[in-house]
Write a protein that binds this ligand. Structure first.
Ligand SMILES: Nc1ncnc2c1ncn2[C@@H]1O[C@H](COP(=O)(O)OP(=O)(O)OP(=O)(O)O)[C@@H](O)[C@H]1O
Ligand SMILES: [Mg+2]
Length: 220
């Protein structure tokens, strides 16, 4: 479903990813790990096309990203739920509206929209914060809103960048459980994290990045 072939990405004169070849099948949940600066976020950004690759090939759902026209990018993104490392919540909209936005864009009717937003809020244990604004939430709560927003449309692909970076270990375990449940319902999921606890004993594939290189693959 997601294939990288000899993918490199350079920022100015810094090489963030070097000749990365990985393949993630439909229905898999995999982890990407490595130290700070090793290229995890960059790898996810290339899939979402918020950065363009410099060399190699990426295909996502059988589309070759390097040949995608700008006009085709919104359609690609509609199929991908993203938990950004810095959340990217809209500060002038409340929690409910942040999560509802993707459904509104799809033209979901009001009743269905409300029920899906509250289902997503329930999954991340934040129903009581539906009317709050992002600035009035703790870092961990904002992170959980970002997760609810990414899963509310049940997209075919979910990219989660350090989705447990701001929460305690028990909440982190709950979040991983949530991703497992959503994965079991069919979404293909890539989770980037430097926290080895997250994938220990998951039995899922873990790609290790070091300094922009793929340093190995193991089972969590
Ligand atoms: N927009 C940019 N311009 C220049 N260099 C960048 C840019 N974004 C990332 N880099 C560099 O590319 C490298 C990889 O960054 P990336 O954000 O992918 O790492 P990461 O593994 O996600 O790190 P972290 O664990 O800290 O989130 C780093 O050395 C970083 O400084
Ligand atoms: Mg990162």
């Amino acid at each position: 479903m997601i294939d990288f072939k000899d993918v490199s990405k350079h920022y100015d004169n810094h090489t963030a990813l070097r000749k990365i070849t990985i393949s993630v099948s439909k229905g898999e949940m995999v982890f990407i790990t490595g130290p700070s600066g090793s290229g995890k976020t960059t790898l996810l950004k290339l899939i979402y096309l918020s950065e363009k690759l410099d060399e190699g090939h990426i295909t996502v759902s059988e589309r070759e990203l390097e040949n995608l026209k700008d006009s085709e990018i919104p359609l690609l993104r509609r199929n991908i739920g993203v938990v950004f490392q810095d959340f990217k919540l809209l500060n002038n909209r409340n929690v409910f509206e942040n999560i509802a936005l993707a459904l509104r864009i799809r033209g979901e009717d009001d009743r269905e929209l409300k029920s899906r937003v509250f289902d997503a809020l329930k999954i991340v244990n934040l129903r009581h914060k539906a009317d709050s604004y992002p600035q009035a939430l703790s870092g961990g709560e904002q992170q959980r809103v970002a997760i609810a927003r990414a899963i509310v449309t049940e997209p075919p692909i979910i990219l989660a960048d350090e989705p447990t970076g701001n929460v305690d270990p028990d909440t982190a375990a709950g979040i991983i459980k949530t991703f497992k449940d959503i994965n079991a319902r069919g979404s293909t999921i890539l989770i980037a994290s430097h926290n080895r606890e997250l994938f220990r004993n998951t039995g899922r594939r873990v790609f290790k990045l070091e300094n922009g290189n793929l340093a190995g693959e193991e089972l969590g």
